[in-house]
Design a binder for this molecule. Structure first.
Ligand code: SAH
Length: 220
């Protein structure tokens, strides 16, 4: 894989490499053209360490420091597609900003994102990275995702990039009527990616399949 001049050579981040990833996601059932276009256009190699840039367009999670990972492209695509299907709102609350890849994929597809991350050092780098990519419709907050971000709620969508053993009550409270919450629910190692839709005070749940996320850590 060192053709075209090594790790940061054009071969690793070329249109062809990205198209291969898009083809793979399509063959795995991702249908939304808007989502596939974002996967094609967001430069995922800029969200990982240079040493890992050659692997950025593989469909795999990669380490980003602090014991955290950048999510697998298929899972980001799947979650974004589920969140935005029949989406009529404007605001999305994101829990677990991490390196900001999910944020960048979602950014032009909604009006405003509020994003909460518990590791301030990670958040600092991510803010800069998203500014460098001309992404401005995101407001960030260092904090505990279990609490959500009540100030700007209720949200039309909520997307959670870390695994919770149970549905976080505060997030349900901050979901607008008709709003959609996408979250991995289950123990460490294996979770059900779950889509929750709010109907009044009733919460409909649908499973979207098995995933494995880092845990949604309690507190800061
Ligand atoms: N969204 C990222 C993936 C982030 S991995 C991407 O696109 O690749 C999950 C992130 O959730 C980590 O950065 C971790 O620090 C954060 N996290 C874990 N528990 C949290 C909590 N209770 N509140 C806020 N963020 C949390």
């Amino acid at each position: 894989m060192r053709e075209n001049g090594g790790i940061l050579g054009i071969g690793m981040t070329s249109a062809r490499t990205r198209e291969r990833l898009v083809d793979r996601l399509r063959s795995q059932g991702i249908r939304s053209r808007a989502v596939l276009d974002r996967i094609r256009n967001v430069p995922r190699h800029l969200f990982v360490d240079e040493a890992l840039a050659s692997r950025a367009y593989e469909d795999t999670a990669l380490p980003i420091g602090h014991g955290q990972t950048i999510s697998q492209p298929f899972v980001v695509a799947k979650m974004t597609e589920a969140l935005l299907k029949d989406f009529e709102g404007e605001t999305v609350l994101e829990i677990g900003t991490g390196c900001g890849y999910q944020t960048a994929v979602l950014s032009p597809l909604v009006k405003k994102i509020y994003s909460v991350e518990r590791i301030p050092e990670l958040l600092r780098k991510t803010k800069q990275r998203l500014r460098d990519l001309d992404i401005y419709n995101v407001q960030f907050r260092p904090g505990d995702g279990w609490e959500g971000w009540p100030k700007y709620g209720p949200y039309d969508g909520i997307i959670v990039a870390a695994a919770a053993p149970v549905l976080p009550e505060k997030l349900l409270e901050q979901l607008a009527p008709g709003g959609r919450l996408v979250i991995p629910i289950g123990p460490p190692g294996y979770q059900e990616l779950t889509l929750v839709t709010r109907r009044g005070d009733h919460f409909e749940q649908v499973s979207l399949g098995g995933v494995s996320f880092v845990p949604l850590v309690p507190g800061r």
